[in-house]
Write a protein that binds this ligand. Structure first.
Ligand SMILES: Cc1ncc(COP(=O)(O)O)c(C=O)c1O
Length: 384
């Protein structure tokens, strides 16, 4: 059976160039990057090049990029270390109620450790209000964490305006942005936008391998090391580097860089085609999230009212179409989405929500087939 993979926000296929670079790093350039000899230097070069590529994508300096095991670790690193650094100035943290669990759970842990957390709620289109942010900022606010784009609805948060507000209100508070979903989909310019202190990215959302990501830490922000025990990553995260992962990340970025505009245009086109197809073909469908440029070009969250999301996911799977009910981290837990709940969705829309997410490797024909099967599902499953 053919497979139509429309769950690219959960993860993406590793492109052949990235897989080849990983194999080369495993079997040919396998030296320890800390070794003095040529084999080590060969591996070190891979790390240097990938670091430069990430920096180029974010428009920052390579020495502001630190490799991690992915977005989750990058988020944990920024939140715990920023809180630790600034706790003598205050114990108030601001985040949003629609963050990924890799922000929400560390923040809950910080609450258990005595920090006070304010959660910004989104409006019904999934976007937080800057007025609410202004109201929540206090003299003892030391940290703000706002995601760039939401992983369930694709809603893009006004991070640049938020950065300005935070920096105008405090000379101490640090600002962290989880950019795992937006990285490579929309442009990020950290040289221009100076108010962002930390930013997290991950390779497996952009056709790189799983288990590798990076944290941007703005130069001049002195936080203590996250992992002790060696000189790697500027002594901030000790341990022999994941060179194959870093090689794959670098190759994925190289491929993306050569085609970034085409990719962005293509995913946007596929998403628009899908939305107009289901809107024209099915009655009572609701798009959960913005329909304009305030949404990522590749994610759409949709409720086919009367059809349970989980049932729809399994119906489509019979046809080789893969989508999800929400965040991959929780989709097996059976709980309703905290993101859609925070947006105030009614029970019926909440229960029927599914996320469809595209990559530039999907085709129009795949989208048309998926739309057909969505229509069939609505007809067959609503009757049940
Ligand atoms: C918004 C967001 N943040 C963080 C993560 C975690 O990234 P990783 O899987 O690389 O740990 C994800 C993954 O789905 C995500 O969507």
């Amino acid at each position: 059976m053919r497979e139509i993979y429309l769950d690219n926000s959960a993860t993406t296929m590793v492109i052949p160039e990235a897989a080849e670079a990983m194999v080369e790093a495993c079997c040919v350039k396998y030296g320890n990057p800390s070794s003095l000899h040529g084999k080590g230097i060969e591996a070190e070069k891979i790390i240097k090049e990938t670091r430069e590529r990430i920096a180029e994508f974010l428009n920052c300096s390579p020495d502001e990029i630190f490799f991690t095991s992915g977005g989750t670790e990058a988020n944990n690193w920024a939140l715990f270390k920023a809180a630790e650094k600034l706790k003598r100035f205050g114990k108030h943290i601001i985040t949003t109620s629609i963050e990924h669990s890799s922000v929400l759970e560390p923040v809950k842990e910080l609450e258990r450790r005595g920090f006070e957390v304010s959660y910004l709620s989104p409006s019904k289109d999934g976007i937080i209000s800057l007025e609410d942010l202004k109201k929540e900022l206090r003299p003892d606010t030391i940290l703000v964490s706002i995601m760039h784009a939401n992983n369930e609805t694709g809603s893009v948060q006004p991070i640049y305006e938020a950065a300005e507000i935070i920096k105008n209100s405090s000379d101490k508070a640090l600002f962290h942005v989880d950019a795992v979903q937006s990285f490579g989909k929309i442009n990020i310019n950290l040289k221009k936008e100076k108010g962002i202190d930390f930013l997290s990215v991950s390779a497996h959302k952009i056709h790189g391998p799983k288990g590798i990501g990076a944290l941007f830490i703005r130069k001049g922000i002195n936080i203590s090391p996250y992992v002790y025990g060696g000189d790697q990553e500027g002594k901030m995260r000790a341990g022999t580097e994941n060179v194959p992962g870093i090689a794959g990340f670098g190759a994925a970025l190289k491929a993306l860089k050569n085609n970034v505009e085409d990719h962005q245009k293509k995913i946007k086109g596929l998403k628009e085609r899908f939305i107009s197809g289901i809107k024209a073909g099915i009655q009572d469908v609701v798009i959960n999230g913005p329909l304009d440029e305030r949404a990522l070009p590749n994610i759409v969250n949709v409720s086919v009212l009367g059809v349970k999301g989980e049932v729809l996911v399994h119906y489509l799977e019979q046809w080789g179409i893969y989508i999800s009910t929400g965040s991959a981290c929780h989709s097996r837990g059976g709980s309703v989405s905290h993101v859609l709940k925070a947006m105030g969705l009614k029970k019926e829309a909440l229960e029927s929500a599914v996320r469809v997410s595209f990559s530039a490797f999907n085709t129009e024909e795949e989208v048309d087939f998926a739309v057909e099967k969505f229509k069939e599902a609505a007809e067959e499953l609503r009757d049940l």
